[in-house]
Structures are given as C-alpha cells and as structure tokens.
Write a protein that binds this ligand. Structure first.
Ligand code: R2B
Ligand code: URA
Length: 299
C-alpha cells in the first residue's frame, strides 16, 4: 500500500476515536454497531444497480449455506449488503456517483481493518457491470486490463490550482488472469482488454441516438475504430476512476468484470430482449462468483 497517498490525518483520527466518520451516502457512521459484524470483510463487490446487489447477496448467502445477510437501513442513494465476508454495494451510474461510493467504502474498509495496511491489501475490490463492446458481440464478458477515458488517457481531475492530477488506470494483470482462469471451463466467452469510461452514455460514447448529438456517422466510426486499433474491448462509465483510486492507495487486488450488451461497431441502441440482457448480466455474475469461490471458499 502507498501509505503516503492515504489520508491518514483524517482516517487515523477516526481510529483513535477523536473523530467520527459519517459515511453519509450509505447512512451509517463509524460508531454504528452494524459495522461491528463486518470486520472480516475480504471482498468489496460493486455494481451499478441496487437490484443486482440484492441478487448477488442472495446468491452468496446460498453458496455459504444460507449465511446471514446484513443490509444497511438507508437505500435511497446506494444499496448495501454484507454476507460471509463480502460487502456488496451499488454505485449508481457514472464516475461522479461511483466515486462517492468508492471513497466512502475505502474509508469504511480502512476503519473496519483498524488501519492495518497488510490486512487492507488482502481485500479484493471489483465492479461488475454492463458495457458496449468494441468489435465484440453482445454477451462477451470483458475483464479489464486498463481503464482509460474517452481520449485513451487515464482518469484525471482538477485540484489545488495546480492543474490536473493524473492517476494510473492499470488493473493488476495477475488478478485479471486469475479471474479468466477461474471461468476457463464455463460456457462463457471471457476476454481481457482496455476499457473506456465515458462521462456520458450518449455524447462521450459518440452515439448518434441521444437527444443531443455532436457526431456524424463518420466521426463516430473513426473514434470507435481508433479505440479498436488501440486495444479497447469495451466502453462503460466507471472503470477509469475505479482503477485510479485503487492504484492511488496501492491495492494489489482489484478488477472490473463487464458483460457487453451490444457491439458498438454495429450500432448504438441496446435492442437485445430482456431474456438476452438477463443472460448477459448473469454471465458476468457467474464469472465473478467463479473467482470468489476459487479464492474465498477454498482458502
Ligand atoms: C454501464 O452501464 C451504465 C449505463 O447504462 C453505466 O453505469 C455503465 O458503466
Ligand atoms: N453501458 C454503457 O456505458 N455503454 C453501453 O454501450 C452499454 C452499457
């Protein structure tokens, strides 16, 4: 872990009791008894929708002999469940929303581990989501090798009057390979590649079907071809920030697993049937749980 990048001034004051940390968007605080049962957290699994989080927790409970599921009382921003060492939390859509969830979860897990950096580094973090494929048909599962923005550069933000702060968007290759390996026997197409995070579903994904359109067919296809030639497999809206924040603290175990809903080289609209969409998203969940079972149930 990169201790110099961790906000010790605030986080350690929570540990020694001189400050209370209010994880406002999750509706809990560091003195809340609900957190006491979560100190053994080994993995944090994030997904965009709350419904998905509830399904994941149910599945994980069954895989662990019907173990108890703990839910946070507040659900108007993010839905959270804890079950058998895994904290499941929704993050909404896009980097502004997901960065709030991730920062509060990082603070929470730091608190749960009592600031022990070795214990913290044992925790596996992942987002499981949906995406648009670049040269890949709907139904492919992409485990990201790198998260970049729409200009193929890493996540960056304005700060402190000194211009932009640039982050590192790489995902740890050993974890990506282990996830793919854990599903080697599954009847699912699982690939690895770069993932673009757009700040917008329509404009920064170069779609022609938004209420507002800034592209022509030619400029859209030129962008998609440029991504394709540069090793991009899919486009979604959170991965560049996720990898950035995980690398900033120096975590060694994190990943992103996304199913593709369509091939963006063929069009913009998501026209798959509800049954197809359900199958696509079930498959990314299967890839996640194959990995979690291989690491958490057999250790
Ligand atoms: C994938 O799907 C959502 C948009 O439909 C967004 O959260 C993402 O990254
Ligand atoms: N999610 C996205 O962000 N883009 C897509 O094309 C599909 C899902």
């Amino acid at each position: 872990m990169k201790t110099e990048n961790i906000n010790h001034a605030f986080l350690d004051s929570v540990l020694d009791g001189s400050s209370l940390d209010v994880y406002y968007h999750f509706g809990v605080a560091s003195d809340d008894l609900i957190l006491a049962g979560m100190r053994d957290v080994k993995a944090v699994v994030m997904a965009g929708s709350g419904g998905r989080i509830k399904e994941f927790a149910e599945y994980w409970s069954e895989a662990n002999g019907g173990s108890e599921i703990i839910g946070f009382p507040k659900e108007d921003r993010f839905v959270t469940r804890y079950c058998s060492g895994v904290l499941f939390a929704s993050h909404g859509m896009g980097m502004p929303s997901a960065s709030i969830a991730l920062q509060e979860l990082m603070r929470m897990v730091y608190f749960l581990k009592g600031g022990d950096l070795d214990a913290l580094d044992e925790v596996f973090w992942t987002r499981v989501g949906t995406s648009g494929g670049v040269g890949l048909p709907g139904g492919t599962v992409v485990v990201s090798s790198e998260g970049v923005m729409a200009d193929l550069k890493p996540y960056r933000l304005l700060h402190g009057g000194e211009g932009e702060y640039w982050f590192d968007g790489t995902f740890p290759a050993s974890i990506t390979s282990a996830i793919i390996e854990a599903s080697a026997d599954a009847p699912i197409e699982v690939v690895s590649g770069k993932t673009v995070a757009g700040n917008e579903f329509f404009l920064e994904q170069f779609r022609l079907d938004g209420a507002i359109c800034l592209e022509t067919h030619e400029s859209k296809m030129a962008w998609l071809q440029w991504l394709h030639e540069n090793g991009v497999s899919n486009i979604e809206m959170e991965g560049a920030m996720l990898a950035a924040y995980m690398n900033h603290w120096g975590f060694s175990k994190f990943a992103m697993i996304c199913c593709t809903l369509l091939n963006r080289l063929d069009g913009d609209q998501v026209t798959s049937t509800p049954e197809q969409l359900h199958k696509f998203s079930e498959d990314s969940g299967r890839v996640l749980f194959n990995y979690l079972k291989s690491t958490l149930l057999h250790s």
